[in-house]
Ligand binder design. Structure first.
Ligand SMILES: Cc1cc2nc3c(=O)[nH]c(=O)nc-3n(C[C@H](O)[C@H](O)[C@H](O)COP(=O)(O)OP(=O)(O)OC[C@H]3O[C@@H](n4cnc5c(N)ncnc54)[C@H](O)[C@@H]3O)c2cc1C
Length: 488
């Protein structure tokens, strides 16, 4: 994986900046590097651009007062956005968060300038993704306890305006790919980066494999790894995220999500973080009516405000005894989970009374009855011990009742990885001792990010940070390359 430059037969191509991987982070790095005056070569293993970014829904987590937030009547500020992200993150990086929040409005403008379409519209219901072209949606836990008391809540999920909700990431990638072509950036498709080439400890290029042929590409300024996560790398998964190997988990990532960039970085001495962090979730809502229900564990106890973002709820389910949990609804809140069939969220049964339901679900006698009685008494006063938002609170006393099984191993969970190489705000790859690996940069899912694990995840954080830090990284490598060129 590491080759000394003195041992290679020669360079086949040379560019200021070599970008390995043409997803969201790679596209944005290439555009900025090119606009900064650098020559850029993108090396992509697949036959075209896109990666996991092209199968993403297309939410970008942006705020601080974007034109969409303003047009839809929401107040937000960089300070509130940063305060929320600081509170929600398990391992917050204050400078990264502050920079992202402060730059968010400008970054939104940049995305629009590239040609990515965003409507000035708001989707008010709680959903995994808005069904149409609507832009703004709540995609995190901003209105959820305890976060709503930390920062003024605002919706920050900005979705690309596409009528098929599954194609937002694809549309964004189409636009960005066209933009790189317009800038004259060359992409070598079907070229897999298999090694880093070093000279005196500095990364000076890559070795690629394309249709059985080996080529060596020289990078005058640096190599940017934007090869995505490791959702398809069983070796890394078994070490860091064995849950994702379960038959009950569908790893939703592109086939090239092989963690190759992460492994190349590690081979060069890079530190990693949050390798055990993943987005892992089962989508039990919409319809949002179900949020009026309660979620209980095998002891018949609630453990999460049910209005939490679904990945936060899923993370809490994984922490319950035997990872078992049920969504309990009464006749008023009953509905069929939209993704219930595809995710195996089964209706266990219906019951006339809570005592029978409690017995059939194998819970301790009286436990669920107490939980429901306490919940209903508090809800009648508009209160909830777990802080569920009053908009979802209703006394829960209208039988018959039903239970949907959300347990891990019963329902199917969807997952992708979040950890990666430790990088500076400029994308320089760091060793454990904090020193930089000269010539090596990373962004997107193969680098550490604001998205660290499922409990604090908000939809849009991956595309948002891949695009923003991809840009910053591209600009910083280009700047070094251009400066070095002018000095020689
Ligand atoms: C179904 C789904 C929906 C999602 N929806 C959202 C959403 O709405 N909002 C959000 O923020 N996040 C979403 N995500 C997560 C998000 O899509 C990813 O985190 C993000 O796309 C990662 O971007 P990237 O540029 O880092 O990697 P990618 O887009 O995966 O790009 C990496 C590229 O590198 C290439 N590559 C890999 N190895 C090599 C190699 N050795 N040499 C050369 N090329 C290589 C790959 O082929 C690929 O093209 C979703 C994920 C899934 C699966």
């Amino acid at each position: 994986m590491l080759i000394d430059a003195s041992t290679i037969p020669g360079w086949d191509r040379t560019a200021d900046v070599i970008v390995a991987g043409f997803g969201m982070a790679g596209a944005c790095a290439a555009i900025e590097a090119s606009e900064s005056g650098a020559s850029v070569l993108i090396v992509e293993a697949a036959a075209g651009s896109g990666g996991t970014s092209a199968i993403a829904t297309g939410h970008f987590y942006l705020g601080g007062g974007t034109p969409v937030q303003k047009a839809c009547g929401f107040e937000d500020s960089p300070e509130d956005m940063a305060a929320y992200l600081m509170a929600a993150s398990v391992d917050p990086e204050p400078e990264r968060i502050a920079l992202y929040a402060k730059s968010s409005v400008d970054h939104f403008a940049w995305l629009e300038r590239q040609g990515i379409p965003f409507e000035r519209s708001y989707f008010p219901s709680k959903a995994v993704a808005q069904p149409g072209t609507e832009c703004l949606i709540w995609t995190g836990n901003e209105k959820v306890a305890p976060f709503r008391d930390v920062a003024h809540p605002a919706p920050r999920g900005h979705k690309v305006a596409v009528s098929d909700p599954e194609t937002g990431g694809g549309r964004a990638m189409q636009v960005l790919t066209r933009r790189t072509e317009d800038l004259g950036v060359e992409a070598l498709y079907g070229h897999r980066v298999t090694a880093l080439v070093l000279e005196d400890g500095r990364v000076v290029g890559v070795r690629c494999l394309a249709a059985g042929q080996v080529t060596y590409l020289r990078a005058m300024g640096g190599v940017v790894l934007t090869t995505g996560g490791f959702g398809q790398n069983e070796r890394l998964l078994s070490k860091h995220l064995p849950d994702l190997m379960s038959e009950h988990v569908v790893r939703i990532a592109d086939a090239n999500d092989l963690g190759q960039g992460i492994e190349l970085g590690i081979a060069a001495g890079a530190a990693t973080r949050h390798m055990d962090g993943a987005f892992i979730s089962t989508y039990w809502y919409p319809p949002e009516k179900l949020i009026n229900g309660i979620i209980v564990n095998s002891k018949g106890e609630r453990f999460v405000p049910e209005d939490s973002y679904h990945a936060r709820t899923a993370g809490q389910i994984l922490a319950q005894p035997d990872r078992r949990a049920w969504l309990i609804v009464d006749s008023e809140s009953f509905d069929w989970p939209l993704y219930g069939k595809s995710l195996g969220i089964d209706l266990v049964d219906g019951w006339e009374d809570v005592a029978s339901m409690e017995r059939d679900l194998g819970m301790p006698e009286g436990a669920l009855q107490k939980t429901i009685a306490d919940y209903s008494a508090a809800a009648a006063e508009g209160k909830d011990p777990l802080g569920k938002n009053p908009e979802w609170l209703r006394p829960f006393d209208d039988g018959p009742y039903a239970a949907f099984d959300l347990s891990f191993g019963s329902a199917s969970y969807r997952a992708f990885t979040l950890g990666g190489l430790v990088v500076t705000l400029e994308g320089e790859v760091l060793r454990e001792d904090g020193t930089t690996i000269e010539g090596l940069y990373a962004a997107g899912s193969c680098a550490t990010n604001l998205a660290q694990e499922g409990l604090s995840y908000a939809s849009g954080l991956c595309l948002g940070t891949a695009s923003f830090f991809g840009r910053k990284t591209g600009a910083s490598v280009a700047c070094r390359a251009v400066t070095a060129r002018s000095e020689n």
